[in-house]
Design a protein around this ligand. Structure first.
Ligand SMILES: Nc1ncnc2c1ncn2[C@@H]1O[C@H](COP(=O)(O)OP(=O)(O)OP(=O)(O)O)[C@@H](O)[C@H]1O
Length: 290
């Protein structure tokens, strides 16, 4: 779950729309399926929650109750199951760039993490052809280390060799536009600088399947333009991109298909114009159904 909360009014529909022409029709013919999602369900189990457990929620076992008690928590408190993704199915192909939109809590980040294999499905299956990278180095970047060290760690985590990271170092720093800040600990970076460096590292390896979660929310028009070009390059090399974003402008600029999630289910899946129009209408009506 992202730390950031957005209300429907805050969703940034028009940001830099003029700077970002809509994504051109892909030059790359769509290839074979890269990701097949078949009736995927993902749940979180929240322990120690009070109140009535969700219908069908598992009761804590004797061992779980003992652990809860040993931790000084109320052993009678229930286990609540949050069904974050409920029966999602779709096929993504090489060469596609898919935006995932939906209001807060609709399950976008959970879906992405499940596609990347970071959380196990409660039911259903995800088939992946290629290596997924969830703008992936987030987990390994360490704020107390310099950008330079983080470029090496992140590059290695993405499967590059030390030699390859060294060769691409200048290019990554240039792309991120952080100059000599690369020699300072990342905790000294602004949110925008960190986001740009993360993007630069994550796309240094041309992943087969690139998943981006809200990473482009920060960054000026020039950086967004560069990111878009990089995403097009990856797409042309027949990669698949998933972009979770609250900004319809980013989705329109970077994607050629949109999946709209609502309460953990696919509400609409189709071309950018059609889905964006319907989603905009939905959020402007305060999230009420027509
Ligand atoms: N670690 C967690 N433990 C328990 N519940 C969680 C956890 N992460 C997410 N959830 C719940 O799962 C549901 C889907 O959350 P998720 O973060 O996937 O939605 P989202 O569409 O990405 O939301 P946002 O736009 O706010 O980032 C929400 O009800 C959320 O409260």
């Amino acid at each position: 779950m992202s730390d950031t909360e957005f209300s429907a009014e805050e969703i940034d529909f028009e940001v830099d729309a003029e700077d970002l022409p809509d994504a051109p029709a892909s030059q790359t013919p769509l290839g074979a399926p890269s990701v097949i999602v078949d009736d995927l369900h993902v749940s979180y189990r929240v322990f120690g929650s009070r109140g009535r457990p969700a219908r069908g929620a598992a009761q804590p076992s004797r061992v779980q109750r003992l652990i809860t008690k040993a931790r000084g928590m109320d052993p009678t408190a229930g286990v609540t199951e949050v069904k974050a993704v409920r029966g999602v199915s779709f096929v993504a192909r090489h060469g596609e760039s898919i935006g995932i939109v939906g209001t807060n809590g609709s399950g976008k980040s959970t879906l992405l993490r499940a596609l990347a294999g970071l959380i196990p499905p409660a039911a259903g299956t995800v088939y992946v052809s290629g290596t997924p990278s969830l703008l992936g180095v987030n987990a390994v970047l360490m704020k107390q280390l310099t950008g330079e060290r983080n470029i090496m760690i992140g590059g290695l985590a993405l499967g590059l060799s030390v030699k390859e990271v060294t060769e691409r170092f200048d290019e990554i720093v240039d792309f991120a536009g952080i100059g000599d800040f690369v020699y300072l600990p990342m905790k000294a970076y602004s949110a925008g600088m960190s986001a740009r460096l993360r993007f630069a590292i994550s796309t240094a390896a041309t992943p087969d399947i690139l998943m981006i979660d809200e990473a482009l929310a920060t960054g000026d028009a020039a950086f967004r333009q560069k990111s878009r070009e990089r995403i097009d390059e990856i797409r042309q090399q027949a990669g698949t991109i998933f972009l979770v974003s609250h900004s319809l402008a980013s989705v329109k600029a970077m994607c050629n298909r949109v999946i709209w999630l609502d309460k953990g289910q696919i509400r609409m899946d189709g071309d950018v114009e059609t889905v964006a129009r319907a989603y905009r209408r939905f959020t402007r009506s305060g999230g009420a159904d027509d």
